[in-house]
Write a protein that binds this ligand. Structure first.
Ligand SMILES: O=c1ccn([C@@H]2O[C@H](COP(=O)(O)OP(=O)(O)O[C@H]3O[C@@H](CO)[C@H](O)[C@H]3O)[C@@H](O)[C@H]2O)c(=O)[nH]1
Ligand SMILES: [Mn+2]
Length: 358
C-alpha cells in the first residue's frame, strides 16, 4: 500500500496571525525560526533610514514598511509612530488584518527546553491565547487548562470557565530584559532558569510588559497596544512596551480579559549597550514612580465598553494627571488619541462595530 503522503499539519491559526518584526538590522535570525514561522505572514517594520535595503531571507511571505511608507499611509497621523526606536513595531499591529499578532525582536532566537528540544514559541503563545485566563482567582497549580493540570481544591466552580485571554507574555533565556542600572551592576548575569509555567496576572496587578516575545488577540485588545512615543525627539526610550503593558492591563481588567506570562521562552542573544540604555531610560526610572500609582488608581467608567473608548478615557486622565509630571505626557496623551484615530481609519470595520456598541 502506498505510504500516505504525510503532509505536515497546517500550523495553528496559519491565516489568522501575523508576525510583526521591528528592525534596523538584517533578518538572518529568521533562518533559525523558518520551521516555525515560514507558513505565517510577516509584517516587517523597518526603522531608521528608509533608503537602506533590508534583506528578507527567501521563502517568507511578508510585507515591509519603512518610514516613507508609514508617512505615506498615515499622513500627519504618522507623528504618533516612534522613529529610531523599537516602538515603531506598533505600526505593524495597526496595518495587520489578522485576529492575532506575535511580535519578536530580531536578536531573539529559538531556545531549547530542558530536554534539549527546540521551543516553538509561536505554538505556545497560540495555546496561551486560545485557552482562558484566571484573573479573578489565583490557581496555585498555575495554568489549570494545561494538559496534566487542573483547578485545585477550593477553587470556585463558578469561576472555572475563566476569562478570554488577550495577551500572552513570553520570557527570555540568556540575556534577560533588565533595565540599564541592573545591567550595569550585573553585566555577566545570564538567565539560565527555565520555569515550566504559564500563569495569569491577577486582576488589579500591573506588570512590566516586554515587547520582545509577545503575542496578543488584536481583536480583543489591539487598540490598547500603542507602544508609546519614544526614540528620535523624545526625552525617553525603552518604555514603549511598558506603557503599552500598563494601559493594556488596566483595560483588560476593566473589560474582563486575561493576561498571561511565562512560557514560551526565546533565546535573547544581544545585550544592548547599558550606557545607551541608561540615557534612554533615565527619566523613566524616576517617572515610573509616579506612573505606577497613576495606573494602579486609574478607573474607567461603565460607558467605556470598547477598547477605543477605554483608551481615549485613559488618554484624558494621562493629560489631567501626568501632564504636570512633565509636558511629555501631554504630548503622549495627544499621541494616544492620534493612534486611536489612525487605528480606526485603517480598521473601519472594527471602528463601526465600536460605534455600534456606543
Ligand atoms: O532604533 C531602533 C532600535 C532597535 N530596533 C529593533 O527593535 C528590536 C529591539 O532592539 P534591541 O534588541 O537592540 O534592544 P533591546 O534592548 O534588547 O530591546 C528590548 O528593550 C525594549 C526596548 O523598548 C525592547 O522592546 C526589548 O526587546 C530589534 O528587533 C531591533 O532591530 C528598532 O526597530 N529601532
Ligand atoms: Mn535585544
Amino acid at each position: 500500500m502506498a505510504a500516505e503522503s504525510r503532509s505536515s499539519p497546517t500550523p495553528l491559526l496559519k491565516d489568522q496571525l501575523d508576525i510583526v518584526i521591528p528592525t534596523i538590522r538584517n533578518l538572518d535570525f529568521l533562518e533559525m525560526w523558518r520551521p516555525f514561522f515560514q507558513q505565517y505572514h510577516l509584517i516587517i517594520v523597518q526603522d531608521g533610514d528608509p533608503s537602506k535595503t533590508i534583506k528578507v531571507p527567501e521563502g517568507f511571505d511578508y510585507e515591509l514598511y519603512n518610514r516613507n511608507d508609514i508617512n505615506r499611509i498615515l499622513g500627519p497621523k504618522a507623528s504618533c509612530i516612534s522613529f529610531k526606536d523599537s516602538a515603531c513595531r506598533c505600526f505593524g499591529y495597526m496595518v495587520s488584518k489578522k485576529k492575532y499578532i506575535y511580535t519578536i525582536d530580531d536578536d531573539c532566537f529559538v531556545a531549547k527546553d530542558p530536554s534539549g528540544k527546540d521551543i516553538n514559541a509561536l505554538e505556545q503563545h497560540i495555546k496561551n491565547l486560545l485557552s482562558p485566563s484566571t484573573p479573578l482567582f489565583f490557581n496555585t497549580l498555575y495554568d489549570p487548562y494545561r494538559e496534566g493540570a487542573d483547578f485545585v481544591r477550593g477553587y470556585p466552580f463558578s469561576l472555572r470557565d475563566g476569562a478570554p485571554t488577550a495577551v500572552s507574555h513570553g520570557l527570555w533565556l540568556n540575556i534577560p530584559d533588565y533595565d540599564a542600572p541592573t545591567q550595569l551592576v550585573k553585566p555577566l548575569e545570564r538567565n539560565t532558569r527555565y520555569v515550566d509555567a504559564v500563569m495569569t496576572i491577577p486582576k488589579g496587578t500591573l506588570f512590566p510588559m516586554c515587547g520582545m516575545n509577545l503575542a496578543f488577540d488584536r481583536e480583543l485588545i489591539g487598540p490598547a497596544m500603542y507602544f508609546g512615543l519614544m526614540g528620535d525627539g523624545q526625552p525617553i526610550g525603552r518604555y514603549d512596551d511598558m506603557w503599552a503593558g500598563w494601559c493594556t492591563k488596566v483595560i483588560c481588567d476593566h473589560l474582563g480579559l486575561g493576561v498571561k506570562t511565562g512560557l514560551p521562552y526565546i533565546w535573547h542573544s544581544k545585550a544592548s549597550n547599558p550606557f545607551v540604555n541608561l540615557k534612554k531610560e533615565y527619566k523613566g526610572i524616576f517617572w515610573q514612580e509616579e506612573l505606577i500609582p497613576f495606573f494602579q488608581q486609574a478607573t474607567l467608567s461603565k460607558d467605556c465598553t470598547t477598547v477605543q473608548k477605554c483608551y481615549i478615557e485613559l488618554s484624558k486622565q494621562v493629560k489631567a494627571k501626568l501632564g504636570k509630571v512633565d509636558d511629555y505626557f501631554n504630548k503622549l496623551a495627544d499621541a494616544m488619541v492620534t493612534w486611536i484615530e489612525a487605528w480606526d481609519e485603517l480598521n473601519p470595520a472594527a471602528a463601526t462595530s465600536n460605534e455600534a456598541s456606543k
